[in-house]
Ligand binder design. Structure first.
Ligand SMILES: C[S@@+](CC[C@H](N)C(=O)[O-])C[C@H]1O[C@@H](n2cnc3c(N)ncnc32)[C@H](O)[C@@H]1O
Length: 194
């Protein structure tokens, strides 16, 4: 995905203070213990990592775009990891994974492997949030970005394969994105113990 690399500053400015995810963020945090370790996967501007840090959580922020990670590192006040959720190899390391509008750039063919990587990265009983654009199939936007879209049903069906997961909550919401209403699918999941 070259878009974020080539348009890092614009994208950073566009998203670093978006407050449309505040409710999802609070819902996620309501499941977490104080000070626990969160992986912000595909952190973009670092907006949510900064918030989590301000709330006293330990954060590892990771993004594939090196240019965005430079901006995000400054913004957050800690080094952001340059990496990909396709190749990350964390094992039982995080109490929670926050994947806000980031896994949506993975194709339907590859998403299962990315889910495996996330499950492996989570500690037993770990909490995982993810969000996608509401819809079906794969689409490409005017910026050339691939989007893999889901409904709550199709996402829940996909997750049935992973027996170690329990869905805690799923909900749809609409928010204003660049002057247009955009519908989102949100999911909160727990990895079972043992
Ligand atoms: C739509 S943005 C969302 C950014 C941020 N989570 C937010 O909510 O503002 C998608 C982000 O995922 C990152 N990304 C795309 N593919 C990735 C990959 N394979 N591994 C890690 N990050 C990736 C992009 O660089 C971009 O920062």
């Amino acid at each position: 995905m070259t878009y974020y690399q080539e348009n890092a500053l614009n994208y950073f400015n566009e998203t670093c203070s978006l407050d449309t995810i505040a409710e999802s963020r609070n819902s996620f945090l309501s499941y977490l213990e104080e000070g626990c370790h969160i992986l912000d996967l595909g952190c973009g501007s670092g907006r949510d990592s900064l918030y989590f840090r301000q709330q006293g959580y330990k954060v590892t922020a990771l993004d594939m775009s090196e240019e965005l990670t430079k901006l995000a590192s400054k913004f957050i006040g800690q080094q952001v990891v340059v990496g990909s959720y396709h190749t990350m190899n964390y094992i039982d390391q995080f109490d929670a994974v926050w994947a806000c509008a980031s896994l949506l750039h993975t194709s339907k063919q590859e998403i299962g492997q990315v889910f495996e990587n996330i499950i492996r990265a989570l500690k037993p009983k770990g909490i995982w949030y993810m969000s996608f654009k509401h819809g079906s199939g794969e689409t490409t936007d005017f910026r050339g970005r691939l989007f893999n879209n889901y409904t709550t049903n199709s996402l829940e069906k996909l997750l049935q394969k992973f027996e170690q997961l329990t869905i805690l909550n799923s909900w749809n919401e609409s928010s204003n994105l660049r002057g247009k209403q955009q519908r989102w699918v949100n999911l909160l999941i727990q990895k079972m113990a043992g």
